[in-house]
Write a protein that binds this ligand. Structure first.
Ligand SMILES: Nc1ncnc2c1ncn2[C@@H]1O[C@H](COP(=O)(O)OP(=O)(O)OP(=O)(O)O)[C@@H](O)[C@H]1O
Ligand SMILES: Cc1ncsc1CCO
Ligand SMILES: [Mg+2]
Length: 267
């Protein structure tokens, strides 16, 4: 039986999960504040010296290739090994994976490590699915609808739940699929909100029985908070603090109002 976003947020707030976030230099502070506001406990622990051990005490691990370098990759591999040994979920954010040969090579190796969830913008998911994308560096330039079929194939091939974000989000495990409406056009004008959402997927995965439900819960939390923060925001600058406040203010009951449509059948 599926767990609703409402149920999962209740569980998350009752027992805040420790989330080990290996994320990029741009996102570290933003993502930590997002997780704290949402009700989780972030720890940006990434060095190979301790990443595997730390994964043994974390509820989930998240891995983001935004500011990639060999030491980061060593830490990612150590943490993923630790998560597998501890039987914990891990979430991949394939930032700009289409941009360079190094990113393409690293991301393929990470996908082979069986991520529980992959969360990216449509350009990143298209690229992972082997299709051409219009992505410009870290910024998505493709509509989510263009990546839906590729996301379903990628889910089937990788075993991961795929969360594609944009104006209307799409989540699939290869058979089940939903679209989630909400958020704000001011969100892509704030750096690292996608990276932070990947970390929140880890928080929800830590408390969920099912990775599909976890991804839907995290994306619904962002969608509802984004819609609320948009009210009265003058632009991207004033949106940012409103969004942190809204993440904290969202109640489990409010998540019951998230706009989630079944998308498994014909469009
Ligand atoms: N046009 C839009 N309207 C409403 N919500 C949006 C829009 N674009 C993005 N979002 C929301 O913004 C959040 C981040 O998604 P986005 O696709 O921008 O991530 P991203 O490109 O990986 O971001 P970054 O790499 O900067 O962290 C998601 O919750 C998504 O639903
Ligand atoms: C701007 C930027 N550059 C590398 S990672 C990152 C954060 C958004 O993905
Ligand atoms: Mg991104």
């Amino acid at each position: 039986m599926s767990q609703t976003p409402e149920t999962l947020l209740t569980a998350l707030r009752a027992t805040p999960p420790l989330v080990q976030c290996i994320t990029n230099y741009v996102a570290m502070n933003v993502a930590a504040n997002v997780l704290l506001a949402a009700g989780a406990s972030p720890a940006m622990v990434s060095d190979a010296e301790e990443a595997e051990e730390f994964a043994g005490i974390a509820g989930a691990v998240t891995v983001n290739i935004g500011t990639l370098s060999p030491p980061f990759v060593e830490g990612m591999q150590a943490a993923i090994g630790g998560a597998h040994r501890a039987g914990r979920p891990w979430v991949l954010d394939p930032v700009a994976c289409q941009a360079t040969a190094y990113r393409r090579e690293v991301v393929q190796a990470l996908v082979a490590e069986r991520p529980t969830i992959i969360r990216g913008n449509a350009s990143e998911i298209l690229s992972l699915a082997g299709e051409t994308s219009q992505g410009q560096g870290v910024d998505g330039r493709d509509p989510v609808a263009a990546a839906e079929e590729g996301a379903r194939r990628l889910a089937q091939a990788s075993g991961a739940v795929i969360a594609v974000t944009g104006a209307v989000d799409y989540v699939t495990d290869g058979s089940r699929a939903v679209r989630i409406e909400g958020g704000s056009p001011l969100m892509p004008m704030n750096t690292a909100l996608g990276c932070s959402l990947t970390c929140l997927c880890g928080a929800y995965a830590a408390v969920a029985e099912d990775a599909f439900d976890a991804a839907v819960g995290a994306l619904a939390h962002f969608a509802v908070a984004g819609t609320r923060a948009h009210q009265g925001a003058a632009g991207p600058g004033s949106f940012a603090p409103r969004f942190i406040d809204a993440l904290a203010a969202v109640t489990p009951e409010a998540l019951a109002g998230a706009v989630i449509h079944d998308a498994a059948g014909p469009a």
